[in-house]
Design a protein around this ligand. Structure first.
Ligand code: NAD
Length: 267
């Protein structure tokens, strides 16, 4: 980096030694204009104290991890996300949140904290998945409610939350296109004598197994015909690349909660 070149984007990784944390750090290491500036892990993690890229030492102290950073990229757990977000808000550090499975109260606190710092939160940072969300909304709008919406997702066996945040985002795209209430429309389980399908419902089925980083199929099922829109992924690299793109986009933005659709100019 020449002294006259653009300043490096200094990024702290939250969940730095997890599957996604490793990918975020690899994306930073491969990027000439960004670097790791902090690494946060859970208390008791065997990697605490380890020295990573750029001499950054893994810590379990959120403020210490964020102190040298302009922005945090977080793929961890809902509880750790909220703790790190509070520290980021106190320090004025912008935030890219990829953690899924936040409950209603956690989401409400995230929204409150985003009044103090700029935050991008997305269930999926893949550019292709965000295009899929857009296409699903468009297809649901064009086909109308007589086409039944069913969503199937497959993820690796270690995934903690179900259904995936992406499946819920896809369901929301269908609901938005129909002007329907997502909570009312969602059907997350079917068992026994369920009776006929409730008109307007949106079914979501979660499959778990192996090491699959994430697969989503949206079916819009009519009488005698159907459309299936599918996204499959074999790596996690594009989630990290999308998160880094969001981090760059967020630079200089006012406090507020932004979506990946806004980052990509899709909505
Ligand atoms: P993982 O379990 O491999 O990694 C999570 C990491 O967070 C672990 O290293 C864990 O030790 C760490 N952690 C736990 N508590 C912590 C704390 N208090 N402080 C700091 N770190 C802590 O999981 P993963 O596969 O990397 O996924 C992480 C999250 O990201 C999940 O919610 C997953 O659904 C989500 N995810 C989102 C996207 C997206 O594009 N938005 C893509 C993939 C995964």
């Amino acid at each position: 980096m020449s002294p006259s070149g653009p300043r490096l984007l200094r990024v702290a990784s939250v969940g730095a030694l997890g599957r996604m944390g490793e990918c975020v750090r690899a994306a930073l290491a491969a990027d000439d204009d960004a670097e790791l500036a902090g690494a946060l892990e859970r208390p008791g993690h065997p990697g605490i104290g380890r020295s990573l890229e750029a001499g950054v030492v893994v810590t379990d102290d959120a403020k210490a991890a964020l102190a040298q950073a302009q922005i945090a990229i977080d793929f961890s757990t809902p509880a750790s996300t909220l703790a790190a977000l509070r520290a980021a808000a106190d320090l004025g550090v912008a935030y890219v949140c990829g953690t899924t499975g936040l409950g209603g109260a956690e989401r409400a606190e995230l929204e409150k904290l985003a009044e103090r710092i700029p935050v991008v939160a997305a269930a999926n940072f893949s550019i292709a998945v965000n295009v899929l969300v857009h296409l699903v909304g468009e297809a649901a709008r064009l086909l109308g409610p007589s086409f039944d919406a069913e969503i199937v997702e497959l993820h690796h066996a270690a995934k903690r939350d179900a259904p995936s945040g992406t499946a819920l985002r896809l369901a929301a795209a269908v609901a938005e296109a129909r002007g329907a209430d997502l909570e009312e429309a969602l059907v997350l389980a079917r068992e026994g004598d369920t009776g006929p399908r409730r008109p307007g419902s949106i079914g979501v089925l979660a499959l778990r197994g192996g090491d699959n980083p994430g697969e989503h199929t949206v079916m819009l099922v009519g009488r005698g015909e159907r459309i299936e829109l599918v996204h499959r992924t074999e790596t996690r690299d594009h989630f990290a690349a999308g998160a880094l793109r969001a981090a760059r986009w967020l630079q200089g933005k006012p406090a507020g909660l932004y979506s990946m659709e806004q980052v990509l100019g899709l909505g």
